[in-house]
Design a protein around this ligand. Structure first.
Ligand SMILES: *[C@@H]1O[C@H](CO)[C@@H](O)[C@H](O)[C@H]1NC(C)=O
Ligand SMILES: *[C@@H]1O[C@H](CO)[C@@H](O)[C@H](O)[C@H]1NC(C)=O
Length: 368
């Protein structure tokens, strides 16, 4: 049997195979909507051809709640609303307990089929994670930290992937937190972790996701011999293909360029829903990135704007603007005319400085 690709598909297949191996898949959750009836998750695919109708491009986007590790009492079925084949939204939550747990979106075709995972915590839980997703390199030290929200005088049980892992006495709390350290962490320790007071409801746990890259820092490949590009702005080097997985709001092979405010996706092609842009949303991307707030926002509900001098996803980046540059919390230094570079440290009209588009930071030169 001869399998022929229709000629009009060829340019698209060509493009799709050259946009980098990381699948352009984002799982968004609205953290500010604590009312279950208004809560939603959306999965958006920016894959080439994804908007061409649900029948044209292989397997559909899946968005599902994974009950294997965190199980809520059964409730009414959740509703999925599709917008073409590039976007699917989940609604229909009725009780606060329905929201807690592991959600995943699956997209991309063939060998590139990828699962993006989000872990939702209850804001009324006894214990809350200081940070939900942790991405570390093989051999690093990871520390999961569960903050006491409602104190109890009972032991705290840590679980990994739903199975017993460790117990801490309530008096072992340090600075109002129960810590689970992983020195010299190895990839099989990746997974979903929870911390719960012994006699509290499992849904009152602090839930975490630990992602351990298959290689040490700055390395990728089957035997970790290849050197990662320097991924900028908080991008994470993919351990299997060496691509930078860019934080929401950044694009480019090394995440060197900021999107306009309120935009995300591998080519900044998506727009945050809602009038307040990306405020109150968490963004989960393919591993090993995990999840973060959008660019310009931070906090457990991603509702706080960055403090002056800070920018980027979770406001993790610091501006160091020279020569009168000002810090934009979405894009970093905005340089006065005649200056360019990440810190406005370069003078004269270089090849990038002629692009006056506001909100775009100038790509930087070679690393080092
Ligand atoms: C559906 O997708 C189109 C095209 O990407 C977009 O313009 C539109 O806003 C989406 N509709 C909803 C309800 O999200
Ligand atoms: C948890 O499950 C994942 C996926 O099934 C597995 O890769 C990982 O090694 C497990 N982690 C632990 C600590 O059991």
């Amino acid at each position: 049997m001869v399998f022929r690709v229709p000629p009009f598909l060829l340019p698209i297949l060509f493009l799709a195979s050259h946009v980098g191996a990381a699948v352009d898949l984002t799982l968004l959750a609205s953290l500010r909507l604590t009312d279950p009836q208004r809560f939603f998750l959306t999965c958006v695919s920016g894959e080439a051809g994804a908007e061409r109708g649900s029948d044209a491009w292989g397997p559909p986007l899946l968005l599902e709640k994974d009950d294997r590790i965190v199980r809520a009492p059964p409730g009414p079925p959740l509703r999925l609303v599709r917008n073409g084949s590039h976007q699917v939204t989940m609604r229909g939550f009725s009780r606060p307990a329905d929201l807690v747990g592991v959600f995943s979106c699956v997209g991309g075709a063939g060998a590139r089929r990828t699962r993006v995972i989000y872990v939702h915590n209850s804001f009324g839980a006894h214990l809350l994670p200081d940070k939900v997703t942790h991405t570390v390199n093989k051999g690093d030290t990871a520390v999961l930290s569960a903050r006491i929200h409602k104190h109890k005088q009972t032991d705290v049980i840590w679980k990994s992937n739903g199975s017993y892992f460790n117990t801490l006495d309530w008096q072992e709390a340090e600075d109002g937190r129960f810590l689970l350290p992983f020195p010299n962490v190895q990839p099989p320790s990746s997974g979903i972790y929870s911390a719960t007071y012994l006699d509290a409801s499992p849904l009152g746990s602090a839930f975490f996701r630990l992602i351990v890259r298959d290689c040490g820092a700055g390395r990728w490949g089957p035997s970790c011999t290849k050197e990662c590009p320097s991924c900028l702005h908080g991008g994470v080097c993919h351990d299997h293909d060496g691509d930078c997985v860019c934080p929401p709001g950044f694009t480019g092979t090394r995440c060197e360029q900021a999107c306009r405010e309120g935009r995300f996706g591998q080519s900044c092609q998506e727009q945050c829903p809602g009038i307040s842009g990306c405020q109150g949303l968490t963004f989960c991307l393919p591993d090993p990135y995990g999840c973060s707030c959008g660019s310009g926002w931070k906090g457990s509900q991603c509702q706080e704007a960055c403090a002056p001098g800070h920018f980027g996803a979770d406001c993790r980046l610091q501006c160091q603007c020279q020569n009168g540059g000002t810090c934009d919390r979405f894009s970093g230094c905005v340089c006065p005319s005649g200056w360019h570079g990440v810190h406005c440290e370069k003078s004269g009209w270089g090849d990038w400085a002629s692009n006056p588009m506001r909100g775009m930071s100038a790509p930087v030169g070679a690393p080092g």
